[in-house]
Design a protein around this ligand. Structure first.
Ligand code: UDP
Ligand code: MG
Length: 321
């Protein structure tokens, strides 16, 4: 079984050498144990980094890290995207590149927060016939309180919105060649791989692991990026927000009829009341608010349709070494 490990990297100069060393070691061991074929390889994708990431990738195999890799003769490939296209696109670029070059691929973040000691389990399950194997975190103890709660909120929201995703699974997974080919047939521009993978079908398995802390460098997912990722996930996979707008519309329609009946009642059976400006201004503001909100949500979807209809290429590979 020819295995490839796909690693997207954006400004990862602080961790790159160590990551390459560790992954080479694991792959060497798997080759030595006869679990994967000797021509298995690593594939880094430089997602338009602004630091020395590409330089380091090109130098792998020349310096001290190279000695290690020569010993184990694990081939390392590196792709350079022409600009920063985002984690999901970088990952897809890597998968597309290796699609016809391996039997299965494991995707993993460059900071090795995902425990690489479970590679054996991934390989064993792939050999047993699973084609989509999801790495699932056992717990979120190592996360900051903020990250933990926002993550839980995110999964709850996705559940309410009817999006099928696996709890505590990010982008640490093994895909068979067939599953990668299937994934590549999804041509959407707003990529949310976690949402697409369950749509692939195929025999699916789960591997549990403990997520570690990033050993160097900083997270490339600040709050703004995380929020936009979650928002993209919801609006790319769920029409529930649109339905909520319709439900809200019905509720207010019924309410306005009830208010009309009440006004008629006051007019017919009481002395008549002159309403103050509050009863004019407040509903006016209220309904304008609702309308703007609805338009905003519809606009979000229209924006998506716009982006999809342009069928823009998702990335360009500038160089391969
Ligand atoms: N990444 C990328 N492009 C980006 C942002 C991140 O390729 O625009 C990569 C990054 O190098 C890492 C992975 O995506 O390999 C996950 O990022 P990070 O570890 O910073 O996210 P966190 O673990 O903090 O959620
Ligand atoms: Mg990380």
């Amino acid at each position: 079984m020819k295995l490839c490990i796909v690693i997207p990297a954006y400004n990862e100069e602080a961790v790159l050498k160590h990551t390459h060393q560790e992954l080479s070691k694991v792959l060497t061991r798997l080759v030595a144990q006869g679990k994967v074929s000797p021509n298995s390889f690593l594939c880094f994708v430089d997602d338009g980094s602004k630091d020395r990431t590409w330089e380091i990738l090109c130098s792998l195999g020349k310096d001290s890290v190279g000695i290690e890799s020569k010993q184990c003769s694990i081939a390392t490939k590196a792709l350079k995207l022409s600009s920063n296209c985002g984690h999901q696109n970088a990952l897809l670029a890597g998968l597309e590149y290796v699609a016809d070059k391996c039997d299965c691929a494991i995707s993993i973040d460059c900071d090795l927060q995902d425990d690489i000691s479970v590679f054996d389990e991934f390989v064993a399950k792939a050999k047993a016939g699973a084609e989509v194997i999801l790495g699932v975190r056992k717990s979120r103890q190592k996360d900051s309180l903020f990250k933990k709660h926002t993550a839980i909120g995110f999964y709850r929201l996705m559940e309410i919105m009817g999006v099928k995703i696996t709890y505590n699974h990010a982008d640490y997974r093994l895909l068979s060649n067939r599953a990668i080919q299937a994934l590549l047939r999804f041509s959407e521009v707003n990529l949310f791989l976690r949402g697409i993978v369950p749509l692939l079908g195929f025999k699916t398995a789960i591997v549990e692991y403990d997520r570690l802390e990033r050993f160097a460098g900083e997270s490339k997912y600040p709050l703004t990026k995380m929020l936009s990722f979650a928002w993209n996930g919801i609006t790319s996979f769920s029409v529930v927000p649109l339905r909520l707008v319709s439900v809200l519309g019905i509720v207010f329609f019924v309410l306005s009829i009830a208010l009309g009946c009440y006004a008629l009642f006051v007019k017919l059976f009481t002395d008549g009341v002159v309403y103050g400006w509050a009863s004019t201004i407040i509903p006016l503001c209220f309904f304008s608010g609702i309308q703007l909100l609805s338009l905003g949500i519809i606009g979000e979807y229209v924006g998506k349709i716009y982006a999809e209809s342009k069928r823009r290429p998702r990335y360009f590979i500038e160089e391969v070494v």
